[in-house]
Design a protein around this ligand. Sequence first.
Ligand SMILES: Cc1ncc(COP(=O)(O)O)c(C=O)c1O
Length: 432
Amino acid sequence: MTTVRQAPAPGRAEIGRLYRTRLSKGRATLGELLGGELEAESRGAWVTTAAGRGLLNCSGYGVLLMGARHPTVVRHVIEQLHRNPVATRVLLEPQAALAADALVATVPNGLERVHFACSGAEAVETAIKIARTLGKDRLIATHGGYHGKTMGALSLTGKELFQEPFRPLLPSTSHVAYGDAAALEEQLAAASGRACVVIEPVQGEAGVVLPPPGHLRTVQELCRAHDALFVLDEIQTGLGRLGAWWGADLEGLTPDVLLTGKGLGGGVMPVSAVVATPAAFAAFDKDPYLHTSTFSGMPLAMAAVRGALTAIEEEDLVTRARDLGVQLLDGIGRIAREHFGDVVREVRGRGLLIGIEFAEPGPAGDLLVELIQQGVVANHSLNSHLVLRLTPPAVLSPSDVAFLFTAFDRACRAQAARYVPTLGGGASHAQH
Ligand SMILES: Cc1ncc(COP(=O)(O)O)c(C=O)c1O
């Protein structure tokens, strides 16, 4: 019998070269800055590097609520992979129907129709098109809000840095300060019944910005009063991330359209969804070819959705996210303030979406790098360089939490002297 010899896996230098020459020089450089390690495997809350080092994964931009390779999700996906991964799209296919039904069971009452897509931005595009079918062509979003980077979604993403190179974007789009009801009302009045408001329950990429209490309810009331379509972008906040199934539940909201993505595929498949009221969905209901894409609702992704929703339910991950969130916010906040004092502006969050905002640029990035050294992967915030973001999974064990606190404490200790004058630092501020 002949044995098949496997070629040795390419090492750091080779993968770095391929990134540089085949993917993106900038991404290669960033990877080097962050330590240059290769990720090889993941399981639960942990990711293992090619060198065999385990890192606690508090990153993934919110995708990994149930950790990596959750057995329930993997089981659903593997069964479907061996049965029918991609549909004919001519016949009716059960997985899509069952996944839609399972999703509808979790969302606020009145949201009954589902359109599946692959990315968050695609779900946002769908919402923009739904708005158009209703004559709502005046888009209102928020400064700092993040909705993706395709042309329509980018028009809503409230960050000049990302928008500027791609202008002109969608016309008739305006942004108001997050939490400013008066500014929103002004825009709604100017839109004369043609507005579509797109807003996040908590701004994730803006650096975990929480709305003033009751604000989202006011947004809903204003939308109703001005006959505007109310779209709640829960792509980052939904499915338990905030310690509730949906951010909508925290204020008893019933939006016309709710968007979900990220964790919807259980950390295994890329899938997003638009869940709408029958009234909002009327045009799509009538003509199934009005808005389509090849992989929308593919059975493999639908199996992942069913697995994800089952896992969240069976393991009560929503409650676990809420309880862990309280514990982490308290511990992380204490450690950050202990080392950084006033250099920390605020530690805030809801559930397992936690942001540490610094009073100056520098510490957020330095801590991100240092945390990897200490064994934890965190996130930066796309729309705020002042905020380090933690999006841990709801499957952290008590020893994972202890590991996180120890690593965070060490990372803060290692970096604080650069920013806190009484610790002998401060002079380095100018370098940032
Ligand atoms: C609230 C929100 N909406 C939309 C998106 C875009 O999703 P995607 O990157 O999958 O296109 C994101 C991604 O971070 C998000 O956080």
